[in-house]
Design a protein around this ligand. Structure first.
Ligand code: GLP
Length: 238
C-alpha cells in the first residue's frame, strides 16, 4: 500500500527525503541506494550533498544502482552516467567502483550484482507522464528483471527536451525491471512536474499493467511524495 506524503513545496520534499537518506547512511555506511534520473530528484540530490558535507557523512562505502541508461547514445553528455556524475557523484566521495548502471550486454548480470550486495535498501523513483518507472513502459510484465526496452514515442518526445533534437533521442534503453524495483526493501517515489495524470492513476489503487507504476501498490514499504498543488490538480481530473 502506498503511503501518500503531501508537502507544500518541492523544497520540503527534497529536505525530508535527503534527511532520511543521510540518517540511514550514518547508521549503515554500506547502505545500498537505488537512484533515479530526471528533474524530479535533482533538488533532493542537492540537499543530500549539502547535508552530507555539513555533517561529514562519507559515501565511499555506499553502493548505488541506477534505474536505467540509454542504449547506443551518440552524445556522452546525455547519458544517465553523466547526469549522475554532474548532479550527485562529483560533489561527494563516492567510489566509482561502487556506482553501478545496467549494461545491455548482459542485463541480468545487474540483478545478480544487486543480489550480491544484499539488495537495494532504498530506491528513489520518479515517474513518467505515461506512468513508467525506470523505463518500464505501459504493458511491461510485472515479473520483469533488468532488460532492454524500446522506448515509446511518448517517452522519446518527453525526453527530447534534454537533447538537441528528437532525432538524437535513442530508441532503446536498458532498465531495471518491475520485479527488480519491487525487490527494493524500501521505495521513495517523488512525483513533481506535469504528472497529474500519473498521480491520478495512482490515487485509484487499481493495479493495471497499462500503468506500470500501479504495481507499487503491492510494495510493503513505499512512500509517495508530491506537492499539495499537484495532488489537488490530480484529484480534479474527472
Ligand atoms: C525518464 C527516466 C525515469 C524518470 C522520468 C521522469 O524517463 N527514465 O526514471 O522518472 O524520466 O523524469 P522527470 O522527473 O524529469 O519528469
Amino acid at each position: 500500500m502506498i503511503k501518500f506524503v503531501i508537502k507544500q513545496s518541492e523544497d520540503e520534499i527534497a529536505e525530508e527525503v535527503a534527511l532520511e537518506v543521510i540518517s540511514k547512511i550514518k547508521k549503515n555506511p554500506r547502505f545500498v541506494l537505488g537512484l533515479a534520473t530526471g528533474t524530479s530528484p535533482v533538488l533532493t540530490y542537492k540537499k543530500i550533498i549539502s547535508l552530507a558535507k555539513k555533517e561529514q557523512v562519507s559515501f565511499k562505502n555506499v553502493q548505488t544502482f541506477n534505474l536505467d541508461e540509454y542504449v547506443d547514445l551518440k552524445i556522452k553528455e546525455q547519458s544517465y552516467h553523466y547526469f549522475m556524475y554532474e548532479n550527485l557523484f562529483k560533489d561527494l566521495d563516492f567510489n566509482p567502483l561502487n556506482t553501478h548502471f545496467p549494461l545491455e550486454e548482459d542485463p541480468l548480470a545487474y540483478d545478480r550484482l544487486i543480489n550480491k550486495t544484499g539488495g537495494i535498501d532504498l530506491q528513489i523513483l520518479g515517474i513518467g507522464q505515461n506512468s513508467h518507472i525506470g523505463f518500464n513502459e505501459p504493458g511491461t510484465e510485472f515479473s520483469s528483471w533488468t532488460h532492454v526496452v524500446t522506448l515509446t514515442e511518448k517517452t522519446r518526445l518527453d525526453n527530447a527536451r534534454f537533447f538537441p533534437s528528437l532525432n538524437d533521442v535513442p530508441t532503446q534503453a536498458i532498465t531495471m525491471g518491475l520485479k527488480t524495483i519491487m525487490e527494493a526493501k524500501e521505495i521513495v517515489l517523488i512525483i513533481l512536474g506535469s504528472k497529474e495524470e500519473a498521480l491520478r492513476q495512482l490515487s485509484s489503487l487499481k493495479v493495471n499493467p497499462l500503468h506500470p507504476a500501479s504495481i507499487l501498490h503491492n510494495h510493503p514499504n513505499i512512500k509517495l511524495y508530491t506537492t499539495k498543488d499537484l495532488y489537488q490538480k490530480a484529484q480534479s481530473i474527472k
